[in-house]
Ligand binder design. Structure first.
Ligand SMILES: NC(=O)c1ccc[n+]([C@@H]2O[C@H](COP(=O)([O-])OP(=O)(O)OC[C@H]3O[C@@H](n4cnc5c(N)ncnc54)[C@H](O)[C@@H]3O)[C@@H](O)[C@H]2O)c1
Length: 350
């Protein structure tokens, strides 16, 4: 059987996991995060230009599968992502993802990309970008509770954007902390491993929580959070899955990506639906203030929003051009006569 070769319009550039890793190393991990943070900032500053909706989540006993769509006048993007805290114990990743960027003009995809590595990079870039507005000035020490897949990416982003050089690590599982310690010492950080969350937060100006557990967990209790600290809470991102005690929320100034989604998924699901929060885009546009005094407790209640993935796809699309890191994938049927899809199928009979 001779199937005719695909025409040029059939091909969509595809960035595989291998090629994403090559792309990241060709740019440098911290430079990649810094440039990506620039794209995220640019897109959040033009907030009103985007279609926005809370992500579409399909919950099951052990996890969630989500679609995260958004569009501006030029491009449409979506990410497929899962979150299954039990996976790690079975040798699978907690979070995996891929995504598509398309042309709004004709609906054709212009990029298909792995997004598991990219999600870790964009989550870290968003956290560090917000911390530049929220963390105490001169922050150098960060506590990191939860030392799984996201941990090192967060650390590198906070060094690239804020100058964090000392990390205080804690995880329920000492093997996770051992892994993070090896990786992070290899990257030149001063690393302190801690026996508890209480020990990890000692002397830290920033506390990052990135644990995975499908329950209302209490990774931080109120007495663990001193005045003037910035909390970067990324692990609470589903209904019934949070990390902070409610009392911390009541004395923090809370910053969120998209309230309509965060009130369903974030730490603030524990609060009244009209509890005041500040939207990131307003801070980035200079319409709202970030940190205003040294004693304030600031909280970035991160859940991950579609525009961050759109920015990441837009960035990768721009950065792979002219490199060998995008392979042409025969993904779109392209009959000679656009109406003769059936004829194309028949001719493939040979
Ligand atoms: N906000 C976002 O944009 C965003 C993006 C990606 C992932 N996430 C979330 O971040 C979390 C971490 O993701 P990951 O890929 O690193 O997961 P992972 O499973 O690789 O790592 C999670 C770690 O948390 C540890 N842990 C669980 N309960 C703990 C506890 N009570 N105290 C201390 N450590 C504990 C586990 O031992 C594990 O090492 C997940 O909940 C994920 O859903 C959020």
């Amino acid at each position: 059987m001779t199937v005719p070769s695909p025409s040029p319009l059939a091909y969509v550039p595809f960035v595989s996991v291998q090629n994403m890793m090559r792309l990241v190393h060709s740019i440098g991990i911290e430079a990649f995060i810094q440039e990506l943070a620039g794209y995220i900032e640019e897109d959040f500053r033009r907030w009103s230009e985007f279609d926005k909706t809370p992500r579409v989540a399909s919950h099951s006993r052990d996890g969630v599968i989500e679609l995260m769509p958004t569009a501006d006048a030029e491009n449409y993007g979506f990410k497929y992502v899962n979150g299954h805290p039990k996976n790690m114990r079975e040798g699978y990743q907690t979070v995996t993802a891929f995504g598509v960027l398309s042309s709004v003009a004709n609906g054709y995809p212009i990029l298909l990309s792995e997004m598991t590595v990219l999600t870790a990079l964009r989550t870290a870039a968003t956290s560090a970008l917000m911390a530049t507005y929220l963390a105490p000035e001169g922050s150098r020490v960060m506590a990191m509770i939860g030392n799984g897949a996201q941990c090192e990416f967060q650390a590198l982003a906070f060094r690239a954007l804020l100058g964090i050089n000392t990390l205080r690590l804690y995880d329920l599982d000492p093997e996770a902390t051992g892994k993070a310690r090896r990786n992070l010492e290899g990257q030149g950080f001063e690393v302190v491993t801690c026996a508890s969350g209480e020990e990890a937060v000692e002397g830290a100006q920033i506390i990052t929580t990135c644990t995975a557990d499908k329950q209302y967990a209490t990774i931080l209790t109120d007495n663990m959070v001193g005045s003037g600290v910035h909390i970067n809470a990324i692990g609470g991102d589903c209904p019934g899955k949070t990390e902070l005690h409610r009392d911390i929320l009541l004395r923090s100034d809370i910053f969120v990506e998209y309230p309509e989604q965060t009130r369903i998924e974030g730490e603030i699901q524990q609060l009244d639906p009209d509890h005041p929060v500040t939207e990131l885009w307003r801070v980035l546009r200079g319409e709202a203030q970030g940190r205003v005094d040294t004693r304030q407790v600031t909280l970035f209640d991160s859940v991950g929003f579609a525009i961050e993935d759109f920015s990441a796809l837009r960035y990768v699309h721009a950065r792979v051009r002219g490199t060998p890191y995008a392979e042409p994938l025969d993904m779109l049927a392209d009959p000679d006569d656009p109406r003769d899809l059936f004829g194309m199928l028949e001719r493939a009979r040979g």
